[in-house]
Design a protein around this ligand. Sequence first.
Ligand code: ADP
Ligand code: MG
Length: 714
Amino acid sequence: MAVTAPDQMTSEYFRKYVFDRAKMAKYLSKETLKVFTNVIDKGMPLDRELANHVAAGMKMWALEMGVTHYTHWFQPLTEGTAEKHDSFIEYVGAPGGSIIEEFSGKLLAQQEPDASSFPNGGLRNTFEARGYSAWDPSSPAFIVDDTLCIPTVFISYTGEALDYKTPLLKALNAINKAATDVCHYFDPSVKKVFSFLGWEQEYFLVDEGLYAARPDLLLTGRTLMGHESAKNQQLEDHYFGAIPERVQAYMKEIEYEAYKYGIPCKTRHNEVAPNQFELAPIYSETNLAVDQNLMIMSIMKRVARKHGFRVLLHEKPFAGVNGSGKHCNWSLGTDTGVGLLTPGKTPEENLQFVTFLVNILMAVYKNDALLKASIMTAQNAHRLGANEAPPAIISAFLGTQLSNILDKLENSTSEEAIVLDSKKKMRLGVALIPEVLVDNTDRNRTSPFAFTGNRFEFRAVGSSANCSCAMIVLNSAVAAQLVEFKEDVDARIASGVSKEKAIFDVLKEYIKITKPIRFDGNGYGEEWKVEAKKRGLDCETSVPLIYDAYLADKSVEMFKSVGVFNRKELEARNEVKWEMYTKKIQIEARVLGDLVVNHIIPVATRYKNLLLDNVYKLSQVYDKEMALRLSTDDTELIEELSARVSSVKKLVADMVDARRVANRIASEREKAIAYHDTVVPLFEKIRKDVDNLELIVDDEMWSLPKYRELLFIR
Ligand code: ADP
Ligand code: MG
């Protein structure tokens, strides 16, 4: 278990494998560097000549690093990333002659992976199987092993996005524009607003030997059966406890790898469940943070093997213990260094802070169903609403102090709230926000979307998700809302109201409207579900139906208004979502069926035979009455085994039938609904029988590793 504990300080090898600005300065000419910096920072267009120059510099660096191949690294609508490696080699002249390493601007800028083999919701048919990947210069190139990886977007020839990065970049562009415009009410010198993301990645580690002996983990990423361990997380002794040695070695190596890719890992700790852990970096600009999260997920999987572990990124690998999320800490900040969700020091800054806060509430209120759709998957459905996870209802937590401030604002007149001092400087007369917020102890861990002092924490995001999915919706929704806010304010100003009063009046109106989305109570409680329904919040729990939110008229309109998706793209992406849902459930159903038929029933039958044998022998040795008395325990067990086995046999047959019926449905949406309504409910029932069998069958015969082994061996 060699731990690559480096002799160097982290800062010495940080970003070793990234073509960062320091390397650009070294490998690009002064002129190229200048123009290219504008491309990155200001989104200026990238022409072929510039691409050629950058490619030449990148190639020089890559060759020095021993690189032989390059790939466009993109984010298809499946999980993870995709890449197609091409080597640098080209013939100098005619084929057969000598070769050189070649890497031109053309190759850097564009590649043509076969789009038909990635999910595309019918946007590409196999016979017109061409999509292309195009370089995203705002995300730096990096080296994995012998390959230069170039972050790219992936689009069809007709221009529709086939990936996560394209719409994310559009959403970030939209929020930049809309937020900058609103900032100009307060500070005309702001030129750019960044969206920031700091993810916290939760995961489980399982010993690789045990993992290999659980076909369900191997094939579906979660356990489909397994009786609760006598001890699990009830002692709450795992959270923030000492990190086990082998795990510590694993974490160290991930961090070492991550640093070389410029991923600023900051925090590592145990999570609530046994064998559950978390890793979080320092936040960064959202596009980069998403790329880094995808990289870290692949690093985590790779490094785990070296330490005899398998890492589980599934949202709910074990029933009865906590699932894994990927909290997305999100905020906005200006190029002048102001955090727009950080309470300010001056009254102007505070009015700006409240403006952004209230507009975010408004965006969440209007798009609660859509935000839920953005984080919902077959896997995350098991987690939400279960142990220690936010419910499948989106609400926002502000904390007592901030809630009080909004309540006061709502009930004050503009004359009270907006005070002009002797120098005609505007003051926010309501409250001194900075002081009250410093103490941020009343955090609510049950809220799916919680304000945590200088950011919102979107906690409902699943551990295996590409954060883009949530970030596209959140940034788009807030951008659209800020545009509307500006229209509302400008209309009032046009009618002769002062800017401050106009802003204040609109905010006051929004505060009233958004009340239903604000919830500071216990999100885990049953009462909340009742209350949320009363408030008109979206309470749908069926995953296929939740996806409908993407196609609701108001969502289509919202995405169109910020230029992120057109209806065709939304329809296609929903097809992919429904299809993915069906496939996940289908695979789980097959694996569960196989396990029951090939493992569980044979083991239970073998044990039953052993008991029968016993009963028979007793009848041979003792007289009838005695034999009967001595074999009562055995016969009772035999009866229970028989009953459970026939029950589970029937349930599995029902499940096969339900699948058969569902598979005949042509529409992806209807098929997914059928899987949800008729197949999924059988999982629980089957599991109940199996878990009860696990309790009564001889431990030595039980062929699958049990929860206590999976969760406590490290
Ligand atoms: P906790 O577990 O208490 O929520 P962590 O320290 O584990 O906190 O993670 C907090 C995450 O939030 C880190 O990734 C951190 O960099 C990020 N973060 C902190 N401030 C901001 C901000 N203003 N915007 C976005 N992310 C932030
Ligand atoms: Mg957190």
